[in-house]
Write a protein that binds this ligand. Structure first.
Ligand code: TRP
Length: 459
């Protein structure tokens, strides 16, 4: 345990795993996905999928990690199933792709912190210029990747654990304040209605697969990030309650982000369908409305905390390929970190160019089913988040239930939870991991690929 580092305390693991889960996915991505997915209907499907499928897959990933004390590739081998290594590799590829665009957005958040600090509240109106400026977005992206690499090179228990414990509660308090402010704004109720009153006719196949992709992305599932983090958890830990806390925290913070964003969006007369720019366009105007002094303080602290939330997520994304290379190829940790971080930074350049700086990357590909050309960054999201993560989740569940076998999973879950057998939690996890997760995830995965990439609508 000591050799690969471990978490120092129970709260340390929960804080780090919640730190991985809570990030841009909650505050940047969730509101714009809700906005594009028709509002409350999307929220409903998302909640259902997160609890029914996300939570059990999370439990499974952490259990595999703790049992094997390995990275996602080595884990299958350690359990005696060498020919499942490809599943770990698929996860690592998904994670690398995700980090290559995630780091770009994290760089924007960090850049916005500096803009707010200088009182540049009009940056929201110039979001397009901001992202197009390759010197700026490249510089911020590089700075962000550098910070991520620095933390990962020092190992999990030091940096990640300490930062998460302080900064996540700070973020929540700040968001609660902003929600309270949002409710006082004109047209706030229209936003709340859009967010919370479902129109069931809006539950379409694309809404379902996007909500699923969002749930897996937000919970950091399907690619082995939590296998890796699970490998640092002690046997005294109750995996089931830990996973429940992480899921609730992650979903709760996303929910709070929506509660804050939609009143803001409607009070400014903006469209909720604004896409990836939504928070970057909306929030500066809100901060400006607080007056210069207060606006600078609240605005800069908010984007600073958002950057930290993103940092604990980029750290978990980088940790996965690094732990793989360190375990399997016996590379020194710092060397592995800098090599992989450098490579992923290079891979992130097309994602930067995709936001208006280059016509080629901005109109990267057209799918048979799509109305217009998709930019490279969105394209990677469609492949990694919405396709590879659910597929990975389905296969992890199938593996645990039928290859590794359920009694082994249960045995691992009983460590730290001696009375697990016979509880409703056991029955629910059993049902979901054996049947619900594999079947539903595979069906949605297939519907997604057919619809999005081939333009074939089954329903
Ligand atoms: N969950 C993080 C967020 O919402 C992103 C993230 C971190 C992630 N690690 C992951 C997504 C692993 C998928 C897989 O911002």
């Amino acid at each position: 345990m000591a050799a690969r580092g471990g978490f120092n305390s129970r709260i340390g693991f929960i804080a780090a795993a919640a730190g991985s889960a809570v990030g841009l996915g909650n505050i940047w991505k969730f509101p714009f996905e809700v906005g594009q997915g028709g509002g409350a209907a999307f929220v409903l499907v998302y909640l259902l999928l997160a609890f029914a499928l996300g939570f059990p897959v999370m439990v499974t990933e952490i259990a595999i990690g703790r049992r094997t004390q390995k990275n996602p590739v080595g884990a299958y081998e350690a359990l005696g199933f060498k020919n499942w290594r490809w599943l770990g590799l698929m996860g690592i590829i998904a994670g690398v792709l995700i980090l290559s665009f995630y780091n770009v957005v994290a760089g924007w958040a960090f850049g916005y912190f500096l803009e707010m600090l200088r009182g540049h509240f009009d940056v929201g109106q110039h979001f397009g210029e901001f992202t197009q400026d390759m010197l700026r977005s490249g510089g911020y992206g590089l700075a962000f990747m550098f910070m991520t690499a620095l933390i990962v090179s020092r190992g999990v228990s030091g940096g990640i654990e300490r930062a998460s414990k302080i900064l996540m509660p700070a973020l929540v308090i700040m968001m609660l304040g902003l929600v309270a402010y949002a409710f006082t704004l004109p047209h706030a109720m229209e936003g709340i209605k859009f967010y919370l009153l479902p129109d069931f006719s809006k539950i379409t196949v694309p809404v379902i697969y996007r909500a699923l992709g969002q749930a897996f992305f937000s919970l950091s599932l399907g690619m082995g990030a939590l296998i890796t983090y699970g490998s640092y958890v002690s046997k005294q830990e109750n995996i089931v309650t830990s996973a429940a806390i992480i899921t609730l925290a992650d979903v709760g913070i996303a929910f709070l982000a929506g509660l804050m964003m939609f009143p803001f969006v409607f009070s400014q007369g903006l469209e909720p369908t604004g896409g990836p720019g939504l928070i970057f366009v909306t929030l500066p105007g809100i901060f400006a409305s607080l007056g210069t002094g207060l606006g600078i303080i609240i605005g800069s602290v908010f984007f600073l905390l958002l950057s930290f939330a993103a940092l604990t997520s980029t750290v978990s994304l980088l940790e996965v390929p690094v732990s793989y290379v360190v375990d399997e190829f016996k590379l020194k940790r710092p060397l592995a970190v800098w090599l992989i971080a450098g490579l992923i930074f290079l891979m992130s350049i097309p994602a930067m160019l995709a936001n208006g700086a280059s016509e080629f990357w901005s109109q990267f590909i057209t799918y048979p089913g799509a109305q217009s050309a998709t930019d490279y960054m969105t394209f990677i999201g469609h492949i990694a988040n919405d396709s590879l993560l659910p597929l990975g989740g389905a296969l992890i569940a199938l593996f645990a239930a039928y290859i590794w076998k359920k009694h082994n999973l249960n045995q691992e879950l009983e460590e730290g939870f001696p009375n697990f057998k016979g509880t409703w939690a056991e029955k629910f996890i059993d049902l979901s991991v054996s049947y619900l997760a594999p079947v539903v995830l595979i069906i949605i995965f297939i519907l997604n690929v057919l619809d999005r990439f081939f333009g074939i609508q089954v329903f």
